[in-house]
Each structure stands twice: as structure tokens, then as C-alpha cells.
Design a protein around this ligand. Sequence first.
Ligand code: G3H
Ligand code: ZN
Length: 280
Amino acid sequence: ALVPTAELVAGAVRRGGAVAAVNVVTLEHAEAICAAAEAAGIGVILQISENAVRYHGGRLEPIAAAGAAVARLAAVPVSLHLDHVTDDTLVARAAEARFSSVMYDAGALPHGENLARTARAARVAHANGLWIEAELGHVGGKPDAPRSAHAAGVRTDPGEAEEYVSRTGVDALAVAVGSRHAMTARTALLDTGLIGRLRDRLDVPLVLHGSSGVPDDQLRAAAEAGIRKVNVGTALGVAMTRSVRAVLAGDETLVDPRTYLAAAREAMSGTVGQLLSVLP
Ligand code: G3H
Ligand code: ZN
């Protein structure tokens, strides 16, 4: 069933756990994520990034409709989230495309500008009934992201975060605590002490980005320390591509895309299943 993101995050807050939010690029991603969620009997967030929308020719509706349809048919609660939005017009259009939440990404901008633009985005989001997440303390690692206004290795400061949340009015905060986007090896080292300090200081749920690079034990520790939404994208790209490569290498005469896409979907589902088994 298609449910609001706010409901899934509230559930994670209630149980002191974390909901997985997994990036959708193709229909097969959505199918793989929902299949894993159904097998585990756990709700999940399907997130479509602005980059993925760009990949689909800048068209928001087709991929959103696919995600919403797969979510609606799922036997577990599934929500649709628009991720890493930098284009303000997308915030206003999200609800109509059946998203119930957006992540507004001004994390690479200077602090004052981040604050002003995020506060404005939060007003637009709330006026459209959307739950909104924003980022403070740039997570980094996105290949075509503008140069960060922050130095590499920067962490979210709890005091600054408290002021940021109250001045922007966002519903959740993505924090920089040691993860980085697009890691293909799971070598990140999280500052769980900082996660705990941020949780104690803030009254909104915390979000971990770049979770593909975080080892299982640290993902669990992060959730136990206060992360309530765990964003994973690259790990599915790794699973999908590895699988496609192996299938194609095994048969040079193969031409039916369903053969390798089915294997890829299966592989992605396995990755999500593993993630769901780790998160409390
Ligand atoms: O918002 C999406 C996540 O932060 C994905 O990060 O691709 O490094 O797992 P990742
Ligand atoms: Zn992210």
C-alpha cells in the first residue's frame, strides 16, 4: 500500500529503529525493493532522486507513476520520496506526482543561503502537504555536485543543527556523521557519539545519507544511536551491474533484456533484504 513517508518515519521513531529509503532508477529497482520489503514484512521508502528524474529526460511523472503503482500493489506499507531536490519547482510539483515527501538539498550552499532557501522550500512543501527533509553539514561524494562550501570531512554541529531546524521548519535532518555518497566499498567510519548528541539536541528524526559505504554493524549502531531513515542507492547499482555483467559474460548470444534484468532485479532484492535484516 502507498502510505505517507511521515507514517513510516514515525513508525521508526516509535520503535527506536530506522526505515530504509532506497533509490529507484528503473522499474526493476522499485520491484526489487518492494519484493524484499514484502519478504521481510517491513515497510520501506522508495526514493527517486532529482538526478534519476534527469536521467529520465527531466520528466518527473513517468518514473514517479511507476514507483507509486508498485508501492500501491505492495503487501507492506511503501512511500514515495523525492530525493536531493535542488530545483525549487520540483517541490511544488511533487505532491501531484504522488510523492508524500521531499529532501531539499541546499547542503552544498553557504550556510545563510542554505537556510533561506530551505526555509522557503519547507513553506512550499508544507503548503502542499509534503514532509520535508534537508541537509546540514554536506555529506558529499556526489559526482556532479557543486563544490562544497564546507571542507571535506566536516561534521554536523549539534548547536548549529538545532538553530537550522527551528529556523527552517523542516521535518527531518540529514546529518554529516562520517558517511559519503557513492561509496562502492563499505569502509565508512561513523561517529555514533555525534549521532547520539544530535538526537539528544534535536526534536526531528535524523537521516543518514550515503549508507552504501557503511558496514552492517555500523548501520545498526547508527540506528541504535538515533538515525531513523537510512538512504541507500549505490549498493543497488553495484548489485545490478555486477549481475548484468556476469550474465552477459556467460552468454554472447543473449539478446533478451529480460534475462539479465531479471537477474539484476533478483540481485538488488538480495541487497535490500540484507539491509532490512540489519536495521532495527
Ligand atoms: O539519498 C540517497 C543516498 O544518500 C544514497 O547514497 O548511493 O551512497 O548509498 P549512496
Ligand atoms: Zn543522499
